[in-house]
Design a protein around this ligand. Sequence first.
Ligand code: SF4
Ligand code: MG
Length: 329
Amino acid sequence: TGTVLDVSDLRVWYAGAGGPIKAVDGVSFRLQRGEVLGLVGESGCGKSTLGRGLLGLTPSGAAMDGEITFDGRNLVELAAKGWPAMRGAGLGMIFQEPMTRLDPLMRISDHFREAIRSHEKVSRAEADRRALETLRSLGIPPSRYKNYPHEFSGGMRQRIMIALALALQPAFVVADEPTTALDVLVEAQIIKILSQIRTTFSPAMLLITHNLGIVGQACDRVAVMYAGRIVEQGTVAEVFANPQHPYTQELLGATISLTTTELRTIPGAPPDLGNPPPGCRFHPRCPHAMAVCAERLPATTDFADGREVECHLLQLDSLTSDERSPLTR
Ligand code: SF4
Ligand code: MG
């Protein structure tokens, strides 16, 4: 099959003062070769923790459970043995927290030679060939190969760091969109870089973003995360046209504005992941909440088109009339 990554019931918990913080709490999805999955949701819903967990980059003290099947191995077990083993497994991270930072005293060429040759036994000439090809595909001319980091603009340095991750030819990449004021890439540049990555390298990619414009232009599928769980996933076209989960509907707005690509602000706040609400975690904010929603986590409903939605509304037939009554808050 073309499945590159198969994530099943993944949990990433941190130790918190009042008990575990369940930042990722039972997440399942698959990625096919060359597929880009957008991961959206409000800040603090566990998106970045999921992305980091997939690469074994969780801080010490975090507990991981479940399965991340990649290249025939369960990375959850591999991660317990440490990050270097994971890095050898063909995984990469771009945008935030790149695996390799630029050393101001080292030429770009030396960064590439060191990164590639510490990873694979290839000649210096082969490392250079691959580095130059990767840099060129991201718009950095070969004439700049011997330059030092300070000789580039901020945007070029970002692209060089992306090229460094891609020169290792990862089969799976996590791209965590830059969101701080210090970031120098704007939406149009990010979309351009992502499309260059797709056409040139086509790794399977998890793209973590707040920006629905980027999802619309750069992703095949989208997963919506709320309070540590994926509540809806499906193709971008279908989810955007016809969101099924009340949270997705709120997030996207009644219609997606063509001018505003930022996620809508939803009344209420995301829950404390150290003490999430029982049942469906969205119930305190859900306009459609029923009695059952405060009691029981909804099962996943699978649609023929591959859509998966975690909401009791899609399994009304299995509920009693008491369970279906509106939630009294
Ligand atoms: Fe709303 Fe209930 Fe569906 Fe949760 S399960 S999204 S509370 S209707
Ligand atoms: Mg984040």
